[in-house]
Ligand binder design. Structure first.
Ligand code: 1CP
Length: 341
C-alpha cells in the first residue's frame, strides 16, 4: 500500500516526496479521449464505471501517488436546481444565473445520497479497484468559486456580476455563501463516508478578491466547511488559486494542507507561515514545455524548498494543460521521485 501521500498530509516529511497532478485525468490523455469520444462530459461524470475508469488512468499511466475522483466542481450545483451544460470550447453554462433574492430562494440544499448517488457509487468502485494501491482524494469547489459560476452563469473574465451582488446586496450574498457552505459540507461528508481518504477544496477564483473582501465574504465559509469535516479522520487540503496575497489569512485557518500556485515560492510561503505547515504544489503547468534538463532543475528547486516545510506534497500550481504530452507528465512524476529519494 502506497501511503506516502497520506503520511505527508499528516505532517510527516516523506521521501520520495509524494506527487499527484491537478486535472491528472483529462483530455491530454489519449485513453481519456477514447472514453470521452463515446460519451458527453456530464454523462461520463454520471456513469460510475466510466468515471472510475478515467480516475484510474493517470495512476496507471503516470505513476502518481494519489488518485482524484473524476467529477467536476459544478456537479452539485445542478442538484441545487440550476441547469448545467458543458459546451465545447465555451465551457460550462449555468442557467438561470443566480442574481436576485428570488433566484437564491429557489436554490435548495442537496441530499448527496439521492441527488448525486453516482458520485458515491464511483467512490465505492474506486476503493475496490484501487485496492489500496494509492489513496483516493475527493473534492468540492469552495463556496466563493461555486458562487462565481452560479452568479456569472458560467466562466467569466471580469466577475462583475458576482462582485456587484456582493457589494450591492451583501446580506443576500452571505446567505448564498452560507447555503453553498452547507451543500459543500454535506457533499464532502458523504464522499468521506463512501470512502475518500482526503479532500481538497478548490477555490479557483477567490484570488480575484481583495484581502479584506476575501476575509469578509469567502474565508469564513471555507472555514465552516473545514470545521464540518474536522474529526472525520481525513486530511483537508485547501487550494486557493492566485491566493498569494491571502496566504497569511489562509495560514490562520484550519486546513491540514495548503495548496499553492506557482506565483508564490514555497520558501516564501514557509517564511510567512512558519515551518509547521504542510504545503502542496507548485510547478507552473507551462514548465512542462521546458526541455528535460531545465524541468529537472525546477523540480529540484521546489523539492528543496519543500524540505523547509513540515511536509510537502508535489503538485502543479494548477491543472495539467490539454497540450501536454502524457510522457512529459510521466517525466514530472518520475523526476519528483528521483530527486527526492
Ligand atoms: O470536455 C471535457 O472532457 C471536459 C473537460 C473537464 C474535465 C476533464 C471539465 C470541464 N472538468 C473536468 C474534470 C475536473 N474538474 C476534475 C477531475 C479530476 C482531476 O483533477 O483529474 C476536477 C478536480 C475539476 C475541478 C474544476 N472544474 C475546477 C477547479 C479546479 C481548476 O481547474 O481550477 C473548475 C474551475 C472547474 C470548472 C470547469 N469544468 C470544466 C470546465 C471547462 C470548467 C471551466 C473552467 C473555467 O471556468 O475556465
Amino acid at each position: 500500500m502506497n501511503d506516502r501521500f497520506l503520511r505527508a498530509c499528516s505532517g510527516e516529511a516523506v521521501a520520495p516526496v509524494p506527487v499527484w497532478l491537478m486535472r491528472q485525468a483529462g483530455r491530454y490523455l489519449p485513453a481519456y479521449q477514447e472514453v470521452r469520444g463515446k460519451t458527453s462530459f456530464l454523462a461520463l461524470c454520471k456513469t460510475p464505471e466510466l468515471a472510475a475508469r478515467v480516475t484510474i488512468q493517470p495512476v496507471d499511466i503516470l505513476g502518481v501517488d494519489a488518485a482524484i475522483l473524476f467529477s467536476d466542481i459544478l456537479i452539485p450545483l445542478e442538484a441545487m436546481g440550476v441547469g448545467l451544460e458543458f459546451h465545447e470550447g465555451r465551457g460550462p453554462v449555468l442557467d438561470p444565473p443566480v442574481r436576485s433574492r428570488r433566484d437564491v430562494e429557489a436554490l435548495r440544499p442537496i441530499d448527496p445520497q439521492s441527488d448525486v448517488p453516482f458520485v458515491l457509487d464511483t467512490i465505492r468502485i474506486l476503493r475496490r479497484e484501487l485496492a489500496g494501491r494509492v489513496p483516493l482524494i475527493g473534492f468540492s469547489g469552495a463556496p466563493f468559486t461555486l458562487a462565481t459560476y452560479l452568479i456569472e452563469g458560467g466562466t467569466s473574465r471580469s466577475f462583475v456580476h458576482v462582485k456587484r451582488l456582493m457589494f450591492e446586496a451583501p446580506g443576500l450574498f452571505h446567505r448564498l455563501m452560507g447555503l453553498l457552505a452547507e451543500v459543500a459540507t454535506a457533499y464532502l461528508q458523504a464522499q468521506i463516508r463512501a470512502g475518500v481518504q482526503a479532500v481538497q477544496l478548490f477555490d479557483t477564483w477567490a484570488g480575484i478578491l481583495a484581502r479584506r473582501d476575501y476575509e469578509e465574504f469567502a474565508f469564513p465559509y471555507t472555514e465552516r466547511i473545514l470545521a464540518g469535516l474536522a474529526g472525520l479522520g481525513v486530511p483537508r487540503i485547501s487550494f486557493v488559486f492566485g491566493g498569494g496575497h491571502l496566504l497569511d489569512l489562509i495560514g490562520t485557518g484550519s486546513a491540514d494542507v495548503i495548496g499553492l500556485d506557482w506565483r508564490t515560492d514555497l520558501s516564501t510561503a514557509v517564511a510567512r507561515l512558519g515551518v509547521g505547515k504542510v504545503f502542496q504544489g507548485n510547478l507552473d503547468p507551462c514548465a512542462l514545455f521546458l526541455p528535460e534538463s531545465a524541468l529537472r532543475e525546477r523540480i529540484k528547486t521546489i523539492v528543496k524548498e519543500g524540505r523547509r516545510a513540515r511536509a510537502h506534497i508535489f503538485n502543479l500550481g494548477h491543472g495539467v494543460l490539454p497540450e501536454i504530452p502524457p510522457e512529459k507528465a510521466r517525466l514530472v512524476v518520475d523526476l519528483v521521485h528521483e530527486v527526492s529519494a
